[in-house]
Design a protein around this ligand. Structure first.
Ligand SMILES: [Zn+2]
Length: 227
């Protein structure tokens, strides 16, 4: 009863449209849910996420679950994950991404989940790393261990969103470092992030990881821009 009283006074809001959620809805309302456009890339070899990254990083496989466009509901969802204390939302979206990975069978040989790290300063200000929470959601349904300490972001880089692709790559090159290579050596890693735009951030991570002995790299992102 206490829960229903609280719900009436402080209703949970849809992460995409801000309307109050009704019973049975979680995070996203039933009106917005169909507008979260799926890319359907996960079971697909040579999909656009792979094509964007192949040749730039030593990549095994890649996928992006949702299509991100300026002003669409996916953009609002990703924004809510970052800026409104959306911890539960991140974990839930991670679960959905994990279900796609599981169903496709294409990612079965992944050994370890590795979130794209935030610089400690940004992580402290936000209170969490959205990519790490995505990994925690993935691991609930696609059971793999998670490593949050071996790959670190040692340089604070300014927001990428207003930069041109060439500037983005320069901005993050050398920003990542592998601190504990022995924890990653010989493993097939799944690098996880919330948005794939130019690929500069993932390229920065992969360049740092490429020095680790016998490592294989795949990528899973929640959303991909321009699809
Ligand atoms: Zn909504």
């Amino acid at each position: 009863m206490i829960r229903s009283v609280l719900q009436a006074v402080f209703p949970s809001l849809c992460a995409c449209c801000g309307e109050a959620l009704v019973q049975g809805e979680r995070h996203v309302c039933l009106a917005c849910l169909p507008e979260l456009t799926r890319t359907l890339y996960t079971p697909m070899d040579d999909n656009p996420a792979e094509r964007l990254l192949l040749g730039r990083i030593p990549l095994e496989k890649a996928t992006a679950m949702l299509a991100f466009r300026q002003g669409n509901k996916v953009q609002r969802l990703v924004h809510a994950m970052k800026f409104h204390g959306g911890c539960d939302l991140c974990v839930e979206m991670g679960r959905q991404l994990g279900l796609e990975l599981l169903r496709s069978g294409r990612f079965d040989d992944i050994d370890l989940l590795v979130p794209v790290p935030l610089h400690w300063w940004r992580r402290m200000r936000r209170g969490y790393n959205q990519s790490e929470l995505l990994c925690r959601g993935i691991a609930q349904v696609f059971p793999r261990p998670l490593n949050t300490t071996a790959l670190v972001r040692h340089r604070h880089t300014r927001a990428q969103s207003r930069r041109r692709p060439s500037e983005r790559e320069r901005n993050v090159s050398g920003a990542f470092r592998v601190r504990k290579p022995e924890e990653l050596a010989g493993k097939h890693l799944l690098l996880v992030d919330d948005v794939l735009t130019s690929g500069a951030t993932l390229t920065g991570c992969a360049n740092a990881l490429a020095h680790v002995q016998g490592v294989h790299i795949s990528v899973a992102v929640l959303s991909m821009a321009g699809q």
